[in-house]
Write a protein that binds this ligand. Sequence first.
Ligand code: ZN
Length: 43
Amino acid sequence: MATWVCTKCGNKTEGRCRPGRCPKCGAPKEAIKKEETSESSPR
Ligand SMILES: [Zn+2]
């Protein structure tokens, strides 16, 4: 599971795949960045 953050409005969406669009502001997927979670902790 990953968290996707819209760089335009800051909306966060959880899911395995990157959402095609931001559900909040409708920004394209290019504006959505992956936010690393604590699922796997790199050293
Ligand atoms: Zn957005």
